[in-house]
Structure formats: structure tokens, C-alpha cells
Design a protein around this ligand. Structure first.
Ligand code: RM4
Ligand code: MN
Ligand code: MN
Length: 431
């Protein structure tokens, strides 16, 4: 939360007084446990997450889409919405663009506009999972893994374009999620497809600016239902390792088969300096792209716990390469997208606060002594703490809102946009 914000609407005196009492009471309780509310407030203030450009319009499924009034029609309008999310949460100062869904006509002008709104740009995302109008060759049977070298070339050229756009926006990373895979046994060579992906990624990696990072994002299935080329963190790690130091893996919380222990993957990748990016969301069954923390809040906390442990070790110089880019990747199908993003940032701030509330020294001691019950209790003690006053305090100090959703509703923002955003050409796309 380092960016200067224009303040959110001031809470009324009663709300502020209630908050003050809640925060003091919590700080006193934590003090008795030897934990400092002040320290955790500062940790939450430092937590930043990027907003996905593709999530400001109402999302949908292949069955339907139910857009609401006042949705952004242009990338500039998406930036306005992003600035609103940042203003109310204090924790979302960057936008991650998906190209060509959001391919700026004039990147320099867009960058200026973003700066004037207090925003910057995070990793840029490529899209070779759809054919675009006028595109010479089809990705129906893959992009980087396609048997036809001309299709692979087209896909590489697209990535080079995405890097160029990112450069002019001040981004410093590209996220590559490939839909490449097959629906039927025999359709694709399992080995050759992986080698081709690796070779194409190498071209992109070599062409990136020296201070950029490339994130490979895995996903077990969908849209390919038999075999996906980059289907698990092992494949993703192999790719990142074969490319070099500036290639790292991206973990999307929705990209795991049921019951996978995601925090274990986080620990493994962080431990070898290969955790580069993170896509937050939540899910019940698959890549559901629901609001982070809405279905499995304890799972989200356990993931944050590993991230915090890694951050602590990185601060001691023990984990070189640990500097993950946190991003949201959700599809807001039935909620107002801005409200959904406000809820999401709030949930991430809360999970972050709880993870910093863990008594790490005590936990390490219990682990060494083999005290299973006390070790588990050390985590539960933090998770079960109502840390909402800490999160509200962090936002208050950043000039953001105590309660972002309530402040958003009180502001009348959506109704105002519904009046302004009428007609015109819808230039932007998304999920
Ligand atoms: C994929 C993956 C990517 C995202 C696309 C829209 O499932 O999560 O990160 O960019 O969806
Ligand atoms: Mn993702
Ligand atoms: Mn996904």
C-alpha cells in the first residue's frame, strides 16, 4: 500500500468510534498473547495485489452471461473501476492486462491515465486459447505445441507483441497460460508437445527485457479434457528450470485436481526460488473463479501462512528469488464485479493478517518437539482470531475505507456509471 490515495468517503463518527474501540480491544487481547496488532497492521498495509483487467465486466459461462448496468466499455473505464477498488481497499495499486482482450491502442496514453489515477501495471497476459478475428492460423489444435511450425510462429509473435505492450506500460513480467492439450488419446504426441512448448517459451524468454520475469501457469484440464501440456506444477517447474532464473511458476488457486494440498505446492516452489506469481480465487469443483475466501477460508489462510513463512526467510536472505507477484483471477458472474473485487481484496487482507498473527517461534518449537496438538493450535489460534479490526485499521491508515463494500454502496458509484456509460462501442472483452 505504498501508493498515495485520494481518500475514500470519510466514515461517520460513530463508525469510526466503534472501530477504534474494536481495534483497541483486539490489540489488548493480542498483547496478552505476545502478538503485536501494530506489526500486523503494517504487514497488511504492505500487502498489494493486482486487479485483472478481464474481471471488471460481468463474466459468464458457456451457457449464458447476465451483464449489469454501468459496466466498463473501454479499458479507460476499467481503469476507473480499478482505481475505485484501490481507493476503497488501499491494497490494489496495479492492473494486469489480458491481450488482446485489452490491447491498448495507445499504451503511452494509457500509462499516463493510469498514473494519474494512482495505478500501475503488473504482469501482462497472452491469449492463444482463442482465435481472434482476422487471425491467419487457428489454435484449434494448439499454439506453442502445435505440430505446424507456422502456427507456433504466430503464437510466438503474439507473445512478443504482448511483451512490447507490457514494456511501454511499465510492466515487468509476462504470464503464460496455455490451453494446449488434447481431448482424445492419440491426438497429440505427449512428449513432442511439451518440447515444442519449451522451445517456444525459450524464444519469448530470450526476447524479454533482462529485468523481466516469465511466469508459467499450469492447469490440470479445461479446455483440454484428456491431456493438458502444462498440466501440473511439476511440468511448470520443469519449464521454468529449463528456461533460467527469470522464469518462475505461477500458482492459480483454482488450477488443481480435487483435494490437492496447495500450500504444499507453494512451499515446494518457494523453497527452490520458483514461486513467481499467484492467482487468487476460490473454487468448489474446478476452475470456478469464485471470490477468494468464499468457499475455503482456512485453505486460503494456510496458503498465506506458507507465503508469510517464505517472506520471513527471504527477509533473512535465506530464500533468494522470493518476490511473488500477487494477482486476482476471478470471473464475476452474478455479483457486481467491483463489489466482488472489494470483497476479494478484503478477504486477502484478512488472510494476510491472520497469517502474520501466527506465533512463528512457538510453532517452530512445537514442530521440533513433535507436539502435534500445540502446533496445530498455533495455526488455529491465529485463524480463529477475528482480525477484521486490524484490516480495517490498515485501510484507515491508508486513507481507504473501513468497510469497502459498504462505502462503495454508499457512494452511489455504480448508479452514476450506469447513467454515464450508455451506448457507444464496447471495445473491451474478458471472461
Ligand atoms: C485461465 C487461467 C489464466 C486466465 C484465463 C482467463 O484458466 O487461469 O490465468 O488468464 O483463464
Ligand atoms: Mn489464472
Ligand atoms: Mn483459471
Amino acid at each position: 500500500m505504498t501508493t498515495t490515495l485520494s481518500p475514500a468517503p470519510a466514515p461517520d463518527d460513530a463508525a469510526l468510534a466503534d472501530h477504534g474501540r474494536d481495534y483497541e480491544a483486539l490489540a489488548e487481547r493480542l498483547d496478552r498473547r505476545g502478538r503485536s496488532a501494530e506489526d500486523v497492521v503494517e504487514r497488511v498495509r504492505r500487502f498489494e495485489v493486482a486487479l485483472p483487467s478481464w474481471a471488471f465486466g460481468t463474466g459468464g459461462t458457456r451457457f449464458g452471461r447476465f451483464p449489469g448496468p454501468g459496466e466498463p466499455r473501454t479499458l479507460e473505464e476499467k481503469l476507473e473501476d480499478a482505481a475505485t477498488v484501490h481507493r476503497l481497499t488501499g491494497g490494489a495499486p496495479r492492473v494486469s492486462l489480458h491481450i488482446p482482450w485489452d490491447d491498448p491502442k495507445d499504451p503511452a496514453a494509457l500509462r499516463e491515465r493510469a498514473t494519474s489515477l494512482g495505478l500501475g501495471f503488473d504482469a501482462v497476459n497472452s491469449n492463444t486459447f482463442q482465435d481472434q478475428p482476422g487471425q491467419a492460423r487457428s489454435y484449434k489444435l494448439g499454439s506453442f505445441s502445435h505440430p505446424d511450425a507456422a502456427v507456433r510462429r504466430q503464437a510466438v509473435e503474439h507473445h512478443l507483441h504482448v511483451v512490447e505492450v507490457g514494456k511501454s506500460l511499465g510492466a515487468e513480467a509476462i504470464t503464460v497460460w496455455l490451453a494446449d492439450g488434447s481431448n482424445y488419446p492419440g491426438q497429440m504426441s505427449l512428449r513432442k508437445s511439451f518440447e515444442r512448448v519449451r522451445d517456444c517459451l525459450r524464444e519469448v524468454y530470450d526476447a524479454m527485457p533482462r529485468d523481466w520475469r516469465l511466469f508459467t501457469e499450469h492447469k490440470p484440464y479445461e479446455p483440454a479434457f484428456y491431456a493438458t501440456v502444462v498440466q501440473d506444477w511439476g511440468s511448470s517447474l520443469l519449464l521454468a528450470q529449463s528456461l533460467g532464473d527469470r522464469a518462475q511458476c505461477l500458482v492459480d488457486l483454482g488450477h488443481h485436481l480435487p483435494n490437492t494440498n496447495i500450500e504444499l505446492i507453494v512451499a515446494r516452489l518457494a523453497g527452490v526460488g520458483k514461486l513467481g506469481g499467484f492467482h487468487f480465487n476460490d473454487s468448489k469443483y474446478g476452475d470456478d473463479d469464485l471470490t477468494a475466501g468464499s468457499i475455503k477460508p482456512y485453505g486460503l489462510f494456510l496458503v498465506f501462512h506458507e507465503l508469510v513463512l517464505a517472506e520471513r526467510d527471504a527477509a533473512l536472505g535465506l530464500l533468494p528469488g522470493f518476490d511473488p507477484a500477487y494477482m486476482i483471477d476471478q470471473s464475476h458472474n452474478i455479483k457486481d464485479p467491483v463489489e466482488d473485487l472489494l470483497q476479494t481484496v478484503d478477504q486477502l487482507q484478512l488472510a494476510c493478517a491472520k497469517a502474520w498473527l501466527v506465533d512463528h517461534e512457538a510453532l517452530a518449537g512445537h514442530q521440533e518437539e513433535g507436539d502435534v496438538v500445540m502446533a496445530e493450535r498455533a495455526l488455529k489460534e491465529a485463524f480463529e482470531t477475528d482480525a477484521r479490526p486490524i484490516v480495517a485499521e490498515a485501510r484507515r491508515r491508508a486513507g481507504a475505507a473501513l468497510d469497502p463494500v459498504a462505502a462503495f454502496r454508499a457512494s452511489g458509484y455504480r448508479a452514476q456509471k450506469a447513467r454515464e456509460r450508455v451506448g457507444g462501442v464496447v471495445e473491451t472483452r474478458g471472461l
